[in-house]
Design a protein around this ligand. Structure first.
Ligand SMILES: Cc1cc2nc3c(=O)[nH]c(=O)nc-3n(C[C@H](O)[C@H](O)[C@H](O)COP(=O)(O)O)c2cc1C
Length: 163
């Protein structure tokens, strides 16, 4: 059982979430490939896929969408888990975010076993006009909950163990 954990990120926060998921699955004795979505050519060759993206303006990163498109075109029938990371701020971080319509459309024919939202992170040193203005508004911080992420990954391990 060879599991792909792959992700679309801009500022690295989602990459660290994916890494924690991959580490957890490795600890649970699965063979895991952890790689950025932009570096994966054949996601359909894996036995299971965990795919995540950062959310920007309600959308997923283009490379993460690309993985979903490839899997959909390949009629990938094996198990997939989806996550996205975005909400920042004490009030919002726990709110599940709707998956973008494009993600829903591509995922419709896939065997999605689970999906979730994790809190996001906005670094003080974020670049880009909108990100800078968010930082100036005092919105920088880290709302990723790594124990929550580990629990989710352990759930995946439990389901994979039953396949
Ligand atoms: C310009 C900008 C737009 C964002 N839009 C959203 C959004 O629509 N929904 C959301 O939940 N989070 C949004 N976020 C928060 C990011 O998803 C969050 O910072 C995330 O952790 C970034 O992940 P990354 O470090 O992997 O790029 C936005 C952040 C920025 C800077």
């Amino acid at each position: 059982m060879h599991v792909l954990v792959t992700y679309g990120t801009k500022m690295g926060g989602t990459a660290e979430i994916a890494k924690r998921i991959a580490n957890t699955l490795t600890e649970e004795h699965f063979s895991v490939t952890l790689r950025s979505a932009k570096d994966i050519e054949h996601p359909e060759e894996f036995d299971a896929v965990v795919l995540g993206s950062a959310i920007y303006a309600l959308r997923w990163r283009r490379d993460a969408i690309g993985i979903l498109r490839q899997l959909s075109r390949a009629n990938f029938g094996r198990s997939i888990w989806l996550f996205h990371s975005g909400p920042i701020g004490d009030e919002q971080a726990d709110d599940p975010q709707a998956f973008p319509a494009k993600v829903e459309r591509l995922a419709a024919n896939l065997n999605v076993k689970g999906r979730t939202t994790f809190g996001g992170r906005l670094p003080e040193e974020a670049t880009g006009y909108i990100a800078r203005s968010m930082v100036k508004q005092g919105r920088a911080g880290d709302w990723r909950d790594f124990s929550q992420i580990e629990v989710w990954a352990k759930g995946i391990a439990a389901e994979l163990g039953l396949l």
